[in-house]
Design a protein around this ligand. Structure first.
Ligand SMILES: NC(=O)c1ccc[n+]([C@@H]2O[C@H](COP(=O)([O-])OP(=O)(O)OC[C@H]3O[C@@H](n4cnc5c(N)ncnc54)[C@H](OP(=O)(O)O)[C@@H]3O)[C@@H](O)[C@H]2O)c1
Length: 178
């Protein structure tokens, strides 16, 4: 069964990027590429990627070596050009696209890359199984949020990699107050 996994780095105060979409705070951190929570191991289990329009624009502008090499669904309301044959565009409720996303992923996982509102849209749709975060020892005070909704999670694993705390959570469901 397809697992939907939100895998990302975040600041301690829960931001994916600053207000200008800069990741300078992230790239200055030390990480062991073979250590716990490493990207190579994670990506080996991924069959399709999902991201929002800002994240896609950031890759196009700043890091074209990260252009998708597997089926990748960019959520946008805009008419955009696909950067290569792996990219296609979707809009609206993720449940409408479940069949397309899961058939693209095959027997592998779906990587929800972000941003945080899109991850929450998938969680609301019941299409988010896990959150895997690498927490950098930095706060920004403002920026692009890690998550755009109120959910209960259950901590499954926690480790250290270089400067980062790496943690894996199961998504339990919408936040229930006691
Ligand atoms: N720290 C990390 O490891 C990490 C990971 C991922 C991303 N990032 C960064 O974090 C930032 C995230 O940006 P962001 O918060 O703006 O989030 P985003 O998800 O990348 O982009 C948000 C945009 O996606 C589109 N969108 C989202 N849901 C949609 C839906 N259901 N239907 C149609 N379009 C939809 C909308 O764009 P339109 O309506 O304008 O088309 C929306 O404004 C970026 O700077 C990115 O580079 C960092």
């Amino acid at each position: 069964m397809t697992r939907y996994r939100y895998y990302t780095a975040t600041t301690l105060d829960g931001f994916l990027a600053d207000d200008t979409d800069s990741l300078a705070w992230l790239f200055k951190q030390h990480i062991d590429d073979d250590g716990p929570g490493n990207a190579t191991q994670f990506i080996a289990g991924v069959g399709a990627q999902v991201m929002g329009a800002t994240t896609y624009a950031w890759i196009l502008e700043h890091e074209r070596s990260w252009l998708p090499q597997m089926p990748t669904f960019v959520f946008t309301h805009r008419e955009l050009e696909p950067a290569n044959e792996h990219v296609s565009f979707l809009a609206g409720d993720p449940t409408r696209h479940r069949t397309a996303i899961e058939s693209a992923a095959g027997d592998r996982d779906v990587w929800i890359m972000g941003g945080g509102d899109l991850a929450a849209e998938f969680a609301t749709a019941g299409m988010l199984d896990e959150v895997l975060v690498s927490i950098a020892p930095v706060t920004l005070g403002a920026g692009r949020p890690l998550f755009g909704g109120a959910f209960d999670l259950a901590l499954q694993e926690c480790d250290r990699n270089g400067d980062f705390v790496v943690a894996r959570y199961d998504v339990v469901g919408p936040l229930k107050n006691p």
